[in-house]
Design a protein around this ligand. Structure first.
Ligand code: COA
Length: 166
């Protein structure tokens, strides 16, 4: 059921990624142990009014995940997520779960996506303990006030944040 184009298992990990954190990277690392190809799909016009443009977010993700190889593809989308998932020939949406508090929002999103596209499955991967408190808003806030984010985000992202707020 989760097999797509040419028998490959293709999954889409979508988000605002404003910016990508070590928590997101942890999920991608887990995803490539299960799927042949993982699309990191940046939501271009997220309702969150992102700090970084879609191109900036893509550039940061590309550098942050370069060592994971060409099975990770960085892209962006400006449509319904399920339409994007279909457009790349995938059958799976990956979501990361950090704590019980994520469940309600994630369950709602999984159900609406199933309502829109019965053939697409949402697969949840559990974040590592040490990433469970990270989100992008916290990272932006700490960086804005000059705090140390080096343990929360990939090295290149910490550098971009330092420059942005210096
Ligand atoms: N580690 C660290 N942080 C994580 C995380 C993890 N494993 N998993 C989630 N987060 C954080 C994110 O950084 C984000 O934090 P923020 O609120 O501070 O920015 C938050 O948890 C949840 O964000 P994320 O998982 O990136 O999802 P999102 O809500 O930003 O994006 C979309 C959701 C873009 C996937 C969704 O809105 C979408 O599909 N949009 C397209 C339109 C559509 O199809 N709508 C109908 C379906 S809902």
């Amino acid at each position: 059921m989760t097999t797509s184009k040419g028998g490959q298992r293709i999954a889409v990990y979508a988000g605002t990624f404003d910016p990508i954190t070590n928590g997101h990277r942890d999920i991608v690392e887990r995803a490539i142990t299960v799927f042949d190809r993982v699309y990191m799909a940046v939501a271009e016009s997220s309702a969150k009014n992102p700090l970084f443009s879609a191109d900036e977010r893509k550039t940061m993700i590309t550098a942050a995940l370069a060592d994971l190889g060409d099975r990770v593809i960085v892209d962006s989308f400006n449509t319904l997520l399920v339409d994007y998932v279909r457009s790349v020939g995938a059958k799976v949406i990956i979501r990361g779960l950090r704590a019980v508090s994520d469940y309600e929002y994630e369950a709602q999103m999984a159900m609406i996506n199933r309502h829109l596209a019965e053939e697409i499955e949402t697969v949840f991967l559990m974040t590592s303990d040490h990433c469970s408190f990270i989100n992008s808003s916290i990272v932006r806030q700490v960086a804005k006030f000059g705090g140390d984010v080096s343990a929360l985000v990939p090295k290149n992202v910490a550098e971009v944040l330092r420059r942005k707020f210096s």
